[in-house]
Design a protein. Structure first.
Length: 254
């Protein structure tokens, strides 16, 4: 005979309500995908892992996201949320472009391996077109010829993605090598280059103290400065030639 007592009469009519289920949405799926990315990394990010993070069947995801590729695109688009660019200022276009580059790198740093997703994504779509148009406006306001302005955004973005990817790769190698800090890793690299045969590698030996003496922030700023100075040279050429910096329409060139 069971020792369990029957429910009291006034409790029998009470229904226990199930906890409210939070509707599955694209935003929730992207949120979960970022959790998996930060914890597991790019290689282990997949639809099954995201479904497990949400506690749902993987088939439930496909009602909102058609594939892993689309999931990556949504994660890429999320990177641009609340990223507003300033109105183009012809007098300060160099500073504006440099600030844009630093902001892009900072956003890639928010999540592990996000640079890999960025590099594999189509760089324009309905959500990102306004952002793309604004950065082109910075280049045109600075006086870059149209053919250069059209390519400059891709050059800058490729540098940002590549630099951030390199940083994450070196961080992984640092952890695997057992080095506790970047300073220790840098000392190891400097020592390696210094010990190379100078008759075979004169430049690597000569620059061994200079190649790794800066922080990543300094290296990034220098790289952006090199690119911006190169872009500025096209503005100077256009001004010297008496051009406004913009390419003439096709019918005016003939």
């Amino acid at each position: 005979m069971s020792d369990e007592l029957p429910a009291l009469p006034w409790e029998r009519s009470r229904r226990r309500t199930a906890p409210a289920r939070i509707p599955l949405t694209r935003d929730r799926i992207v949120d979960a995908a970022y959790v998996v990315l930060d914890r597991e990394g790019y290689e282990k990010l997949g639809m099954r892992q995201v479904a497990a993070e949400l506690g749902v069947a993987v088939s439930a995801l496909y009602s909102h996201v058609s594939s892993k590729d689309e999931l990556f695109e949504l994660m890429y688009v999320r990177m641009f949320d609340d990223w507003s660019l300033p109105e183009p200022d012809p007098e300060h276009w160099r500073e504006q472009v440099a600030d844009y580059a630093r902001a892009g790198r900072a956003r890639l740093h928010k999540h592990r391996d996000l640079a890999r997703i960025s590099m594999g994504s189509i760089p324009f779509g309905p959500e990102t077109l306004p952002h793309m148009d604004r950065i082109l406006g910075l280049f045109r306001a600075g006086g870059l010829p149209d053919r250069v302005a059209g390519a400059a955004g891709d050059v800058i973005s490729t540098f940002i993605d590549g630099f951030a990817l390199e940083e994450s790769t070196w961080e992984t190698r640092r952890r695997e090598s057992g080095e506790n800090t970047w300073a220790e890793m840098r000392e190891t690299l400097e020592r390696y280059f210094k010990e190379l045969p100078p008759d075979r590698f004169p430049n690597l030996v000569a620059l061994s103290d200079s190649m790794f003496d800066s922080s990543n922030d300094d290296r990034f700023d220098l790289g952006i400065e090199i690119i911006i100075r190169g872009l500025a040279s096209f503005v100077e050429e256009a001004e010297a030639g008496g051009s406004s910096g913009r390419s003439a329409p096709e019918d005016e060139r003939s």
